[in-house]
Design a protein around this ligand. Sequence first.
Ligand SMILES: CC(=O)N[C@H]1[C@@H](OP(=O)(O)OP(=O)(O)OC[C@H]2O[C@@H](n3ccc(=O)[nH]c3=O)[C@H](O)[C@@H]2O)O[C@H](CO)[C@@H](O)[C@@H]1O
Length: 375
Amino acid sequence: MAEKHLEVAIAAGGTAGHINPALALAEELRDRGHHVRFFGQTAKLEGRLVPEAGFELVPVVVSGFDRSRPWTLATSLYRMRRAQSQIARLFSAEGAPDVAVGFGAYVEMALLNCCHRLGVPYVLHEQNSVPGLANKALAPHASRVCISVPAARAAFEREGRAAREVVLTGNPVRRSVVNASRDEGRAAFGVEPHETMLLVFGGSLGAAHINEGVGRLKRELLSREGLVVVHSTGADGFDETVSALALTPEEQIRWRVMPYISNMGQALAAADLVLSRAGASSIAEIAAVGVPSLLVPYPHATADHQTTNARFLVDAGAAELLADERIDAPEFASTLLGLLDDPGRRAAMREAALALAQSRAAASLADEVERAAGL
Ligand SMILES: CC(=O)N[C@H]1[C@@H](OP(=O)(O)OP(=O)(O)OC[C@H]2O[C@@H](n3ccc(=O)[nH]c3=O)[C@H](O)[C@@H]2O)O[C@H](CO)[C@@H](O)[C@@H]1O
């Protein structure tokens, strides 16, 4: 444990893929005796995930600018300025933190710009191979930028906006995922040792195209003896998927459909194969647990960054890649069923995934946060 205990402010926002790495860092910092306070929006996802993990969330209200509705710019700028003054007042009343951290969500602009003005050092963490807008804008004044995959370094440097240091730490994964055991996972999902479990999910929000595509393979999948499908549809796609699948009560025992899985560590640990999008946190968790995967990158992600994310696993033989448009082609069935029918291939993929696990990511990022604060 470090001798000096730091006050650390972390900006949390965006999807679960942005918030989970922030929580993984906070867990590590708390273990080292530091005090962590999150800044984010109570009405958004962080308003639930941060308190659930046992951390305080200081409420901040911001709203992004929607290019298709130009009048939202005024509200967005007004709220950003108001949020910055609110944070500045809080710091002057209670003392400024020793260091702050942002994970690329828009809300970090309020916290980190305020820290910059007050001379508080801040660290950025980028989960993706292609940096997001907020991180790019804040990089010039960051104490260091921590990246998850080597591919992101070039992007930060190419922008000509390299921070003082770009450090490869990896993407932190929460302890509930890193420490998940296959036996516990199988017990939690009621999967017998001889059964094969396919886990389907489409990032934190679900993916309609994956839900439809896997649904069309219902007959082929259910005809495989001992196959169990655990399918997280995303909240928005749940009703539609349930009615499209039209599972009989008997089939529902082998194909479990749910809007969201809250114990993702156990689901991944129990799975023999994952079918998912290629968001940064999904990739990091798949590697941490060591599970073979068929990845279908979200085709509209900025600069197609999910394909670049997926390459991290695919190039090492840990995963197969399928372009989103191929979900409607025969190749989808042949690739998915081929992997389900080939335990030897899956065992090799599992080894390859484990070799990529960035098990020190949370610790490395915490080291950088301590260094930025002068410890
Ligand atoms: C469409 C888009 O732009 N998505 C971005 C968003 O993805 P998004 O947040 O969807 O995707 P990620 O793969 O990064 O994270 C998904 C997270 O949701 C969790 N989960 C998912 C399903 C479920 O039922 N239960 C559950 O807990 C996973 O365990 C994981 O922690 O942020 C990521 C991180 O910056 C980016 O890489 C993605 O490109």
